[in-house]
Design a protein around this ligand. Structure first.
Ligand code: TMP
Length: 208
């Protein structure tokens, strides 16, 4: 059995990942590729419960270490229950966020210890690494103005602008040093964003 491809979508708040997933879904169907679409934190019933714990507003402070460990607890469940079985069955897995978000949010923006994140990633991922990470990049003010139009914002959306700027800068810095990244200018019209994504999908399928 040929393994499926693993594609992750990353970016700051309001970067248009979720809108683009609809396009990716249509492209995969047009190519008769078997796939699953999932997200982090979340993707399984238990991991979705953890997601609610992490993202909901609450009186008790969530400590940075707790936030990091909850992300990796959800990720462990997600990989074992959903991502790995699908890849092994030859399906393409499209995940709205994955481990890069932990390096950027809990590492760069929260100031977490990157070596500890490396250790957690090595333990939990067990080689389950994305074939391609599509980084949707928009200036922070554009992203946050999109989030403001949503009915509800979560605990991380409501972090100050300086936090979101650190997130953007950290993603761009990771893109420069990683060879699995593809940078997408998500401030362009949606048709251009979709075209850039299509070109990457075609490369992955070996069509171009
Ligand atoms: P989203 O579904 O709107 O992208 O929300 C998920 C939030 O969780 C987003 O603010 C990024 C954050 N997050 C982390 O901080 N660390 C992680 O490892 C992941 C997967 C997400």
């Amino acid at each position: 059995m040929i393994k499926g491809k693993f594609i992750t979508l990353e970016g700051g708040e309001g970067s248009g990942k979720s809108t683009c997933i609809k396009y990716i879904k249509a492209w995969l169907e047009s190519q008769n590729i078997e796939y699953i679409i999932t997200r982090e934190p979340g993707g399984t019933p238990l991991a979705e419960e953890i997601r609610n714990m992490i993202l909901s507003h609450r009186e008790e402070k969530i400590h940075d270490e707790t936030e990091l460990l909850l992300m990796f607890a959800a990720r462990t469940q997600h990989i074992k229950e959903k991502i790995k079985p699908a890849i092994d069955a030859g399906k393409w897995v499209i995940s709205d966020r994955f481990v890069d978000s932990s390096y950027v949010y809990q590492g760069a923006a929260r100031g977490g210890d990157l070596k500890k994140i490396d250790q957690l990633a090595e333990w939990v991922l067990q080689g389950c690494k994305p074939d391609k990470t599509l980084l949707f990049d928009v200036p922070v003010d554009i992203g946050l103005s999109r989030v403001e139009k949503r009915a509800q914002s979560d605990r991380l959306d409501d972090e100050p602008v300086v936090f979101h700027q650190m997130v953007r800068d950290a993603f761009l810095a990771r893109e420069k040093t990683s060879n699995h990244y593809c940078l997408i200018d998500a401030s362009q019209p949606i048709e251009n964003v979709n075209l850039a994504v299509k070109q990457e999908l075609e490369k992955l399928k070996g069509l171009s």
